[in-house]
Design a binder for this molecule. Structure first.
Ligand SMILES: Cc1cc2nc3c(=O)[nH]c(=O)nc-3n(C[C@H](O)[C@H](O)[C@H](O)COP(=O)(O)OP(=O)(O)OC[C@H]3O[C@@H](n4cnc5c(N)ncnc54)[C@H](O)[C@@H]3O)c2cc1C
Length: 441
């Protein structure tokens, strides 16, 4: 533990500083506080959850390419479902809601369906494999054509009739959280009750070190705050914070900000939250889900025909959705939902993923003693936030007990399945994970 004098000369003991008050930093603050640590969470922005978390589509699904990712999403999904009891709240008023729509994944050639389904069967996740006719019977609002491969709107074959029908698989679980920004605030409210202090409008400009260990941070106004543990939960700024800590070079898997657009269009009468699942439709290059208030929310699955929009500086990107991307994503979705109306001007948002090289996150320590990272969330980790606090706390506890996670990986036992989640899967030192190479993870 360290002493510091803050601007008001109040002496405070801080065990851990969490950089970032997004959904990750809020969950981490809560779990570190539950482990009886005195926690300070600092954020450059004006509000808890006001960073990229506020733009999240907040989709909850369980189809990932590796077992540890599936287990993490499955365990986290049940924490979302029982959020009040997970947070220790007396009731659910003021808390986010988990809207369970089910999830339909449509086939693309050589996808991870066989792997996913065998892992689901092993865990006991309910699913059914659906033929095109069964999909159409269950969801008549969807066209049953196979539109693969995804094309640009300018491609003369964009509107070609499909030659075959699409199959897929379905799980009744999965859905979305109705308000991602509020979810971060819910975590943080619970954390504050355990003594976590939050400082907003406080940008970290330096990670201070001594003798190979972190000793604290410096804020933009020059204030220095000491602590023996610092956690990078800075979302799309993670690369910048890792660079301040001097740990980027050692990372085999790196993170970079990537611009993304999500569009919101009015739902046709045939599409409601009650009858329409969230859909991963990589064959047309989109994911979509029904939204509250009669909308359809549409994001990209990074088809090869689209250029990825890497951003050099997380503080400098266009936050306005563009007509080109809007047209592409909405027209692609209209192939699957023929009744979808196409608004004339873009409605939606643009924000940044903190994309890792292999689209799998980094929940890890570093070679700088006391410096941890929860980053590389790659547009697919909102759902896992309730587990990420547990992961980082397990890593912090292991380091305190002298366990070197790089050599002797930390494992977390899921309370639902009783199965171990090996955090080496999320190590910065891993080889590239072979997956979908997209937000589908
Ligand atoms: C458009 C979009 C759609 C998505 N859809 C989904 C989805 O459907 N399902 C899913 O599971 N995931 C999804 N994700 C991913 C998920 O939302 C993110 O992984 C998650 O919200 C990241 O949370 P975070 O707390 O790491 O980052 P953030 O919410 O960005 O929080 C990081 C915080 O760090 C602060 N910060 C940055 N630099 C500094 C500094 N120097 N000093 C102090 N503070 C700093 C920022 O102000 C910010 O508040 C999506 C993401 C985006 C952008």
């Amino acid at each position: 533990m360290a002493m510091r004098d803050n601007a008001n000369n109040v002496s405070t003991m801080i065990d851990a500083i969490v950089i970032g008050a997004g959904v990750m930093g809020s969950s981490i603050s809560l779990e570190l506080a539950r482990s009886r640590r005195k926690v300070l969470c600092v954020d450059a922005g004006p509000g808890v959850g006001s960073g990229s978390t506020s733009s999240s589509s907040a989709v909850i699904r369980f189809n990932y390419s590796v077992m540890d990712s599936i287990l993490t999403a499955w365990e986290a999904g049940h924490r979302w479902k029982n959020f009040a009891s997970f947070l220790g709240a007396e009731d659910s008023s003021g808390l986010v809601e988990y809207v369970e729509t089910g999830c339909l994944a449509l086939d693309v050639p050589n996808d991870n369906r066989p792997k996913v389904l065998s892992m689901w069967a092993e865990i006991g996740i309910e699913f059914s494999e659906l033929t095109a006719d069964e999909i159409h019977e269950r969801f008549p609002q969807f066209d049953k054509g196979d539109f693969y491969p995804p094309r640009t709107v300018e491609d003369p074959r964009f509107a070609d009739d499909p030659k075959t029908d699409i199959n897929g698989y379905w799980t009744p679980e999965g859905g979305f959280v109705n308000d991602p920004m509020l979810s971060a605030q819910n975590f943080m409210d619970a954390a504050r009750k355990l003594g976590v202090e939050v400082r907003l409008n406080s940008e970290v400009v330096e990670i201070r070190k001594d003798a190979g260990a972190v000793v604290g941070i410096t804020l933009a106004d020059g204030e220095q705050i000491d602590a023996p543990i610092v956690v990078n939960a800075a979302g799309p700024a993670s690369r910048h914070i890792n660079a301040l800590a001097g740990v980027v070079e050692e990372m085999r898997i790196k993170t970079n900000p990537m611009r993304q657009e999500v569009h919101v269009v009015p739902a046709p009468p045939s599409v409601t939250v009650e009858n329409t699942p969230l859909v991963a439709d990589a064959g047309v290059g989109v994911y979509f889900r029904p939204g509250l208030g009669g909308t359809v929310l549409i994001g990209s699955t990074e088809p090869e025909c689209d250029e990825l929009q890497w951003v050099d500086d997380h503080r400098d990107f266009n936050p306005i959705p563009t007509p080109e991307v809007f047209e592409a994503q909405v027209l692609r979705t209209a192939r699957r939902i023929p009744e979808l109306g196409i608004p004339s001007a873009p409605v939606g948002l643009a924000d940044l993923y903190d994309a890792s090289d292999d689209w799998v996150p980094l929940y890890d320590k570093s070679s700088l003693d006391g410096f941890f990272m929860a980053c590389g969330t790659s547009g697919n980790q909102f759902k896992n936030a309730p587990m990420v606090g547990t992961f980082i706390t397990a890593l912090v506890d292991a380091a305190a007990a002298g366990q070197d996670h790089d050599v002797d990986p930390v494992k977390v036992t899921g309370e639902l399945t009783g199965r171990e989640i090996n955090l080496a899967t999320f190590s910065r030192l891993r080889e590239r994970t072979s997956g979908t190479n997209s937000v589908l993870g």
